[in-house]
Design a protein around this ligand. Structure first.
Ligand code: PBG
Length: 335
């Protein structure tokens, strides 16, 4: 009963395959490539604007006229693309800037597609940056229960996605965690000849403390309450994430996302195992990025080593696509 894979020391020495860079490289399987990385960008109106985001070193809110230079760099680095988040000039109860063909993201898309038509541009489809209350949909008081009104939000979220598609979005990525969201978008896009536009669903998005710096960057913190009635509970059964993914796929999602990434590697793995053929994105969110930046600034850790190790871990767990604030740096490091 000699099974070589079960033979033991001294016959088996796992260090043999670690002894030098050449052999280590030969047996590597998990890869990091710029083409799988997506860079988030925060867009607000203005001219020549590059307003640094304090809690996210190296990132800024930029005006649309800064996009051509940004996209040229993205293209040179070979990144997979960018995802746009808009910060409107004025917010209201229904987030009307986000559904307007003249809205900030729509303006940015026009500039982007004119300057660099081959760079893939996705858009975050949500309301929290656009609403005066900072919630991801329409807030209604139904029978004394104040909450985001799911079905009323579907109508608006479909309008937003359609407007993004009209303005040139290559992929729309709804992040509001409304039930029926993917179906509503798919139907609306198809009715208007955008059946070729893929949907990347933020399928398993958790109510997370790791979004803190993003809410500064996008000025999207909820003005009352929190997002726990629509984003997932970190303590929910991991099976719930699979149900979210399954429903979104049934409604027509082309790709699904797990968010955040590092604290949810188990979820990434579960989704990868259960749905092996579906492109799986992971959002390495603002808090995950800023914690490393802050520690590195103090000289407590090596940013490059920790960032690349984190991205590798997210890939190893099963992600095919990485949304990460390190996209540009990582591409440069990988050269
Ligand atoms: C919602 C949205 C959020 C993020 C991406 N899309 C914030 C939220 O749900 O509060 C967070 C991303 C990050 O933290 O980097 N539009």
């Amino acid at each position: 009963m000699e099974n070589p894979s079960h033979s033991q020391f001294p016959a088996t020495r796992l260090r043999r395959l670690r002894q030098n860079p050449a052999v280590r490289r030969l047996v590597q399987e998990v890869t990091l490539a710029p083409s799988n990385m997506v860079l988030p960008l925060f867009i607000r109106s203005g001219k020549g604007l590059r307003q640094p985001i304090r809690s996210m070193p190296g990132h800024s809110q930029i005006s649309p006229d800064q996009l051509p230079a940004e996209l040229e760099e993205v293209q040179k680095l070979g990144l997979g693309g960018v995802i746009l988040f808009g910060i409107p000039d004025s917010k209201d109860a229904t987030g009307s800037d986000s559904t307007s063909d003249g809205g900030i993201v729509q303006q940015a898309l026009a500039v982007a597609k004119r300057a660099a038509p081959d760079v893939l541009v996705m858009t975050d489809v949500c309301f929290c940056e656009y609403t005066s209350h900072g919630h991801c949909g329409v807030v209604n008081d139904k029978s004394g229960r104040v909450d985001v009104d799911n079905d009323a939000t579907l109508e608006l979220i479909a309008a937003q996605a359609l407007s993004h598609a009209r303005a040139g979005a290559d992929i729309v990525a709804p992040s509001g965690m409304m039930d029926g969201m993917i179906g509503a978008l798919r139907r609306r896009l198809d009715q208007h000849t955008f059946e070729h536009v893929p949907i990347m669903s933020y399928a398993a998005k958790y109510a997370s403390g790791f979004y803190g710096p993003f809410r500064d960057a996008a000025e999207s913190a909820p003005q009352f309450g929190d997002r726990r009635s629509y984003q997932m509970d970190p303590a929910a059964s991991p099976g719930q994430a699979l149900r979210e993914v399954e429903l979104d796929l049934a409604e027509g999602a082309d790709m699904v996302m797990v968010k955040p990434a590092l604290a949810y590697l188990d979820i990434l793995r579960d989704v990868r195992v259960r749905f092996p053929g579906v492109p799986l994105a992971a959002y390495n969110v603002s808090g995950e990025f800023s914690m490393v930046k802050a520690a590195a600034e103090r000289g407590w850790i090596d940013e490059r080593a920790v960032a690349l190790e984190s991205l590798l871990a997210i890939r190893r767990a099963g992600a095919s696509i990485l949304l990460t604030y390190w996209a540009k740096q990582a591409a440069a490091w990988l050269r």
